[in-house]
Unconditional design. Structure first.
Length: 247
């Protein structure tokens, strides 16, 4: 009988089973459970039960990413006006928090997310400009440049935004239109073609028709200078070509 018992024990060990009446021996040193970071590589269906700080952070990231996707989808289904208002609130909050100066990249990223990048300058002018616009053009040049560089549509919205600022501070700004336009031109925020095209047609979409006309009348000295400079530049190029012609 003692021999049969030993034989059964041997078979149990071979099959990996342990008698219910016996306590399994502790694992040898080389079989100790792996540290937490190694176990993390395995999939854990019960992720909600893990209470470590790292696991909680992972769960929050997963929830946050999911929420971002839902928010993005939801925002893009909104009207253009609603999306522009979201961007306005975003920029206004940055200003109120005192971090607007370093938020240019975040602002353009939010405008791109909302698919209203071309309209960004219209929002920026409303939040960042007042009667001290000439100083503010220099201060926030980088913010506007991120929208206006090689983007004529954004430049047109910048001009419409300028009209709105003038409407708000008409007494202080109406006579300074030529200087403001030159500041924007020198800062590379506006191209000649866009300014000249804007000056040729008054629109009542953003300000009254009368004010739109008056703004363009006040802008005439700068427009004239711009056209003359363009003609001189073209003439200079033609003269250079003539000099290169062999007689």
């Amino acid at each position: 009988k003692e021999k049969e018992k030993k034989n059964r024990k041997g078979k149990d060990k071979e099959n990996g089973s342990v008698s219910s009446s016996e306590t399994p021996p502790p694992p040898p040193p080389n079989e100790i459970s792996p540290p937490p970071h190694a176990a993390e590589e395995e999939e854990d269906d019960d992720w909600g039960e893990d209470t470590t700080e790292e696991a909680q952070r992972r769960r929050m990231d997963e929830i946050s990413d999911h929420a971002k996707v839902l928010t993005l989808t939801d925002d893009l289904e909104r009207t253009v006006e609603e999306r522009v208002n979201i961007l306005f609130d975003f920029v206004k909050k940055k200003k109120e928090e005192g971090i607007i100066d370093s938020s240019d990249k975040e602002i353009v990223a939010e405008a791109e997310r909302l698919d209203v990048k071309a309209m960004g300058p219209l929002v920026l002018t409303e939040v960042l400009f007042n009667e001290k616009i000439r100083e503010q053009i220099k201060k926030y040049r980088r913010h506007f440049l991120r929208f206006c560089h090689n983007n004529k549509k954004a430049q047109r919205y910048l001009l419409h935004g300028l009209e709105c600022v003038v409407a708000m501070h008409q007494a202080q700004l109406i006579s300074k239109i030529p200087h403001i336009l030159k500041e924007m031109y020198d800062a590379d925020l506006l191209e000649e073609e866009v300014i000249i095209s804007w000056s040729e047609k008054a629109s009542k979409k953003y300000v009254s028709k009368d004010l739109a006309k008056e703004i363009r009348v006040k802008a005439e000295p700068f427009i004239k200078w711009l056209k003359e400079a363009e003609e001189e530049s073209s003439g200079g190029e033609e003269d250079d070509e003539d000099e290169n012609i062999e007689v």
